[in-house]
Design a protein around this ligand. Structure first.
Ligand SMILES: [Zn+2]
Ligand SMILES: [Zn+2]
Length: 362
């Protein structure tokens, strides 16, 4: 059985995406049919669209999903029809070697649809690829149940979808990868959707100083609401590392690079306290990292993680509890809302750096 669904399809590198009628098959064993209600626009989709992160086209992008379970395939045990769910690019099957190790969030079953043979979508009779099984730029999708977490029904979909990627990446970087300690000093480079979640996490962990660095001074007010205590504008601060070392009295205990610029990652590392500082690479860049061996020999740690090291189901549930307890500022991240038809305009805003998070609302 197949159904016709509305999806924004990128036929070629460079875009634009166009809304088309595509075919979607019914859920098989262990799969759910989800009606997407909201999808965040993430920079990783743009990287694929621009050909910086090679994938097979045509493709349905979108990997920050919130929706409702409409149908369950045979054997689905963690979800039922009517459940509100959030899903992202990572799976958590809880049975593969990586999940069982307890040491990583990188489930070996993630990204099962890299291979277009397994995609549930077809277009003009040919397999239609999806960046992630949650395919949140499609009104409906079919994906294994282990991509989804149940979301309390009182959480708005536009907030819930951010738990698919931005919240996981940012909160995870602060709380799981760096494990920010009470009374510590923190520097966050880049105050977009991910960076502000790092700030949320650092404040929650009890950091006494959170230095936010961003080229858009208009972000300062929002950043302070999330917990930034000091704001640095690179245009007025030629030597960021020196400024951070001075503010913190020797270097930040933790720094996070959320821009995706390899040169800035070096600055972020050198901004940390030489004897025990930890710098976390959150943004992605294809250029090599540079550091003097002595930068690390003194005692610094340089780390990275996919999706903030956060497990797609276990940690999503944990972070949603923090939201329910009123400890997160997630709803303030949603600055723009679009219909699926206007999705390209959302990415134009992202290119101009004028949005925190844009969300497609179905
Ligand atoms: Zn993302
Ligand atoms: Zn797994």
């Amino acid at each position: 059985m197949t159904m016709k669904v509305r999806a924004a399809v990128a036929r070629d590198v460079g875009g634009p995406m166009r809304v088309e009628q595509v075919e979607l098959r019914s859920p098989g064993a262990g799969e759910v049919l989800v009606e997407n209600k909201a999808s965040g626009l993430c920079h990783s989709d743009l990287s694929v669209l621009e050909g910086k992160s090679p994938r097979r086209f045509p493709i349905i992008l979108g990997h920050e999903a919130a929706g409702v379970v409409v149908e369950c395939g045979p054997g689905v045990s963690s979800l039922k029809v009517g459940d509100h769910v959030a899903g992202g690019p990572m799976a958590e099957c809880r049975t593969c070697a990586n999940c069982l190790s307890g040491k990583t969030n990188q489930c070996l079953r993630s990204d099962v649809m890299k291979d277009a043979e397994t995609t549930p979508f077809t277009l003009d009779g040919l397999p239609l690829n999806a960046l992630a099984p949650v395919a949140s730029f499609s009104h409906f999708t079919v994906a294994p149940e282990y991509y989804y977490s149940k979301v309390p029904s009182n959480v708005p979909f536009e907030v819930a979808c951010l738990f698919g990627c931005a919240v996981m990446t940012g909160l995870g970087a602060a709380l799981l990868v760096a494990d920010v300690t009470k009374g510590s000093t923190v520097a966050v480079f880049g105050l977009g959707g991910v960076g502000l979640n790092v700030v949320d996490g650092a404040r929650l962990a009890g950091a006494r100083m959170v230095i936010g660095i961003d080229t858009s001074p208009q972000k300062e007010a929002t950043a302070r609401a999330f917990g930034v205590t000091h704001f640095l504008d690179p245009a007025r601060t030629p030597d960021l590392a020196a400024a951070i070392i001075e503010l913190t009295g020797g270097g930040a205990d933790y720094s996070f690079e959320c821009v995706g610029n390899a040169d800035l990652m070096t600055v972020a590392l050198r901004s940390t306290r030489p004897e025990w500082g930890t710098s976390v690479v959150v943004g992605a860049d294809r250029r090599p990292l540079t550091a003097q061996p002595f930068d690390l020999m003194r005692g610094r740690t340089w780390k990275g993680a996919m999706m903030g090291g956060a497990k797609a189901r276990t940690d999503t549930a944990r972070f949603l509890r923090l939201l329910a307890e009123g400890k997160l500022h997630t709803e303030q991240l949603v600055t723009h809302r679009f219909d699926l038809e206007d999705i390209n305009a959302g990415y134009d805003l992202m290119r101009k750096g004028e949005s925190l998070r844009s969300v497609v609302i179905y």
